[in-house]
Design a binder for this molecule. Structure first.
Ligand SMILES: *Cc1c(COP(=O)(O)O)cnc(C)c1O
Length: 383
């Protein structure tokens, strides 16, 4: 360890209120998934998103698994989903024996390219090939996807959308057909994650939201071992133990109260980085009129070949940074499945670097990150 304090990538922001509510949960004796904080967290969360129903889950991955299952995805079905994302978006597709079809990103938002999706659906319809049962759209890094366009394409073929909003709690649209809506309120179903590095955390957890009452009821049922109420251990289908605990919900409630504070902190960090980096040879995170990102994980694209030298330089400076995801179409476990495009996702992976952006990042630490990045380009990337 060097003597210099390290600047961490993204650490949780846990305050007094979180501690108070956890103690309250512990003292109440409701430590597991039955307890008042779970229901309260669901109700407040649904209101926050602008959805009718919310079902708290043990993880974001569990919420995606339930969402796919409730939308009828099973053996042999095709699920079209974003190629450039964390693996948690895609693993549940394989849990169900379905086949992922990875759709590449566009450079505007770094999210699913609506045109590629449209062309692929048209091609499949024309050739009599199976259409995806579901389209799963990721709002990567806090940046809303082009969901108005994707929604139009899916509407034409009557394909439901799952929003993977794991990273985008608090983001939304302020222009166009979705103006005024939050991410998670557009798809038939949406999910969020409360893992430790997400914008709001419960330690580990997730949430499924929907406006459809049957979908919410069935999700809740499947998440609690498909136990039929009131008749004594009757289980009418194969379920899961996927509920959030009351202790975790206590943390979630306190975090949700602070969401506006978290979102403005992330946006302020992004603004400062954007202006500090304006003259460096880097592509800055998407800034798209009307698609309001939270900049959950502030990430830039550096020139080809400069990613690893920059990461090494930052590591020497005790600044924690990391590459963006390797796109899913090149992951060995998905090798046999289909993909559309892929060059943009590969480019994002080869050139992408995420920089420290904890909501509690102090100005001195941010200055240190800016200085370290600037120094790297001043010295030339050949060091
Ligand atoms: C974190 C994340 C998930 C999975 O959520 P967990 O709570 O970690 O299971 C899924 N999709 C995306 C895009 C994520 O970032």
């Amino acid at each position: 360890m060097s003597e210099e304090a390290s600047v961490r990538l993204a650490v949780p922001d846990i305050g007094v209120r979180e501690r108070e509510l956890v103690v309250e949960a512990l003292d109440s004796g409701f430590v597991s998934s039955v307890g008042p904080f779970v229901a309260e967290f669901e109700q407040r969360f649904a209101r926050e998103i602008g959805s009718r129903f919310a079902v708290a889950c043990s993880s974001g991955t569990a919420a995606i698994h339930l969402a796919l299952r409730v939308l009828g995805v099973g053996q042999g079905d095709v699920v079209a989903l974003s190629d450039f994302t964390f693996i948690g978006s895609a693993n549940p597709v394989l849990y169900l024996g379905a086949s992922p079809l990875f759709v590449d990103s566009e450079m505007t938002t770094w999210n699913m390219d609506p045109q590629l999706l449209e062309d692929e659906l048209a091609r499949r319809a024309c050739n009599g090939q199976p259409l995806p049962k579901v389209v799963e759209v990721v709002h990567a890094l806090g940046q809303p996807a082009q969901l108005a366009d994707i929604g139009q394409v899916c509407g034409r073929y009557d394909i439901p959308i799952i929003e993977d909003a794991a990273e985008a709690l608090g983001a939304g649209w302020s222009d166009g057909p979705l103006s005024g809506q939050r991410v998670g309120s557009v798809g038939k179903v949406a999910m969020f994650s409360f893992n430790g590095n997400k914008i709001a955390t419960t330690g580990g957890g997730g949430m499924l939201v929907t406006d459809d009452e049957d979908t919410a009821t069935r999700t809740r049922h499947l998440s609690t071992q498909a136990k039929v109420q009131g008749v004594g251990y009757l289980h009418d289908e194969v379920g899961y133990n996927y509920r959030l605990t009351n202790i975790a919900a206590a943390i979630g409630l306190a975090q949700l109260e602070r969401l506006p504070e978290f979102v403005s902190a992330k946006r302020a960090i992004a603004r400062r980085y954007d202006s500090a980096f304006a003259n460096l040879p880097m592509v800055l995170p998407p800034r798209v009129m009307g698609l309001d990102s939270t900049y959950w994980l502030y990430s830039v694209l550096v020139p080809k070949g400069a990613r690893d030298p920059l990461l090494a330089h930052l590591a020497r400076k005790n600044v924690e940074a990391r590459p963006l995801w390797r796109p899913l179409h090149v992951q060995p476990i998905f090798g046999a499945h289909g993909s559309v495009g892929g060059a943009t996702g590969e480019d994002l992976f080869e050139r992408g670097v995420s920089l420290p952006c904890s909501t509690g990042l102090d100005p001195a630490s941010q200055h240190k990150v800016i200085e370290s990045v600037t120094e790297f380009f001043d010295q030339g990337s050949s060091e």
